[in-house]
Design a protein around this ligand. Structure first.
Ligand SMILES: Nc1ncnc2c1ncn2[C@@H]1O[C@H](COP(=O)(O)OP(=O)(O)O)[C@@H](O)[C@H]1O
Ligand SMILES: [Mg+2]
Length: 252
């Protein structure tokens, strides 16, 4: 862990209670160790950007939090419980919502059926289900116009909106988004950005956002971590993410 002086607004000293705390985690695949002692904290109702060039271990860290990559050493605490030895499905049921890199929808089901799968899994019914759906349509009005279309015929950006909508209907305590704007046209990037901004403002959940599009991360998040070769090399309140850091760690 780096020893930089933490400012008042940094994740560790934030007055908000922490929801997720990853401590000194080492993890990887078979023989290859990818994460080399990573520590990050996500306070309740705050959005944290996880940044770094391709291949530094961002997705691996997300998968370690989700439980699809095993934790070799270190600990992960979520909502007051140690979760690093728990099965992935149990972690998901505790409220870890995930929108993976690429679009996680059922292409052969309609938009409505895709949303309905999440409603059923979350056990939402009646007025409660209507309210949840309305909040997703508020964020992404296009979905309401396309309920009868098959997921697979939507544009990439619309599929991403559907994937985020599905994750939200599961009522997560934390929403984890892995490069939601990758390969998406600018007009829809703005809508996704607005949606994440609005999720964060409502304060209903925490967010981890992995993003290459730095302005998006700046607008959507409260704090940031930068990974390089499996270690956290910089962190702090989002205002500290200046052009120097971007140049040093994030440009190609
Ligand atoms: N399933 C896997 N098996 C083996 N190595 C992997 C696997 N997934 C990723 N890696 C390796 O782990 C490193 C980190 O990858 P990743 O976490 O996907 O980085 P990022 O998301 O920051 O681009 C890379 O060297 C990548 O090749
Ligand atoms: Mg990745």
């Amino acid at each position: 862990m780096d020893t930089k002086t933490l400012t008042k607004d940094s994740p560790e000293s934030s007055s908000a209670a922490k929801l997720l705390s990853v401590k000194d985690v080492c993890a990887g695949y078979d023989e290859s160790l990818i994460l080399k002692g990573v520590s990050i904290e996500v306070p309740e109702r705050k959005a944290v950007a996880l940044l770094g060039r391709n291949g530094v271990g961002k997705t691996t860290l997300l998968n370690t939090i989700l439980g699809t990559v095993p934790t070799k050493s270190g600990s992960i605490e979520f909502d007051g419980q140690q979760i690093h030895s728990m099965a992935a499905d149990r972690r998901a049921r505790m409220g870890i919502g995930y929108v993976p890199q690429g679009r996680d929808i059922f292409p052969g089901l309609t938009v409505w059926e895709n949303l309905n799968v999440s409603l059923r899994v979350s056990g939402s019914r009646g007025i409660e289900a209507e309210k949840r759906l309305d909040s997703v349509y508020d964020l992404f009005p296009v979905l309401k116009d396309m309920l009868k279309r098959k997921g697979g015929v939507l544009s990439g950006g619309q599929q991403q909106q559907l994937a985020i909508g599905r994750a939200l209907l599961l009522k997560p305590k934390i929403l984890i988004l892995d490069e939601p704007t990758e390969g998406i046209q600018p007009s829809i990037i703005d809508q996704i950005e607005d949606a994440i901004y609005s999720i964060r403002k409502k304060g209903e959940m925490s967010v981890i956002l992995v993003e290459q599009y730095i302005d998006f991360a700046r607008n959507a998040c409260d704090s940031f971590y930068i990974l390089e070769r499996g270690s956290v090399v910089e962190k702090g309140p989002i205002a500290r993410l200046d052009d120097g850091l971007v140049e040093r760690y994030l440009t190609v």
